[in-house]
Write a protein that binds this ligand. Sequence first.
Ligand SMILES: Cc1ncc(COP(=O)(O)O)c(C=O)c1O
Length: 400
Amino acid sequence: MLRTPGAVRDAERWTAHNYHPLPVVISSAEGCWLTDVDGRRYLDCLAGYSALNFGHRHPKLIEAAHAQLDRLTLTSRAFIHDQFADFCRELAKLCGKDLVLPMNTGAEAVETGIKVARKWGYQVKGVTPGQANIVVAEGNFHGRTTTIVSFSTDEDARADFGPYTPGFTVVPYGDLDALTAAIDENTVAVLLEPIQGEQGVVVPPEGYLPGVRRVCTERNVLFIADEIQSGLGRTGATFACDLAGVTPDMYLLGKALGGGIVPVSAVAADADVLGVLKPGQHGSTFGGNPLACAVATEVVRLLATGEFQQRSAELGERLHGGLQSLVGKGLVAVRGRGLWAGLDIDPALMTGRQACERLMEHGILAKDTHGSTIRLAPPLVITEEEIDHLLAQLAAVLAG
Ligand SMILES: Cc1ncc(COP(=O)(O)O)c(C=O)c1O
């Protein structure tokens, strides 16, 4: 008897329904492959929303986690532990920044960025007390806290969670004139995803990010890049900002930083920005814990070789080439960079959800977003043959 139906029912029974997962129950995984409770295998084409850039259970990351589990797991930041400095130094160097502030989830990194920008605004820029504002983009996704959903333009994410946190101005994504016009003397930061993941892997027009960088510098405004989903190799570069040749004032990182093992997020910036925080003004019990640091240091070392960025760039060409050939054959548009793609399915054929259900039957796990769009973000350890397999299964699903 199959175990999946009962396991799905049980999960539904005992949890809040804040997700609508595919009816598949995973019990083990390795590299790009997942196995369910009935022994069926699936190619993972979501990779934990890019938290599994290095695949499931990458041997070096598992080794680092095991070694650390046997020595020390938590101290809190009340004491310093021996994994802390290595992590902060190596991540700061990867980012080309002076300092790192570790947290746990992506949303916490975003909250940290907002707090730091506001404090910087009052203490360094001289913004009128209580008047700081941050310019953000339509279609953004930065997490689920009450402050972050306050400036979401997705009603599912925002409605009925007010009262909302003030101090954010929303402008159309990719429109430099609108962004420039929204900046006033109390603007402390522009907060953007260099590629909007949740929105469907939306790549801004060429020249947009360099333009944002230029305007932020001219107007003494911090450019905060939320690279939580786009960063750490996903797009074929360490950061999606690299592809546009820009360096933000602050990187927000998460997801892949924890190697798919522990939640690890971080903010990286120079001392004139992150230096505004003093003891007691920000923190987290688990942020920068020894287990997190041990795994994340190994993640940074994997990235420092450049191997994963190169894989993503090269294999991404194969993926995007194959996807482009399906435009007009069930796909209406394909966007993305590296091993990251947003596909718009012809809505006359099926919804994104239906496409993901059919892909699941073909042994491919992917995630829909916004109606007829699917995101593909396989682990960066995927091979050419596995990409070809994905493309063949997708073609079969689209052909009905
Ligand atoms: C760009 C971006 N920022 C922030 C977050 C929030 O991260 P978390 O779910 O770890 O809080 C996400 C999650 O999808 C994201 O894609």
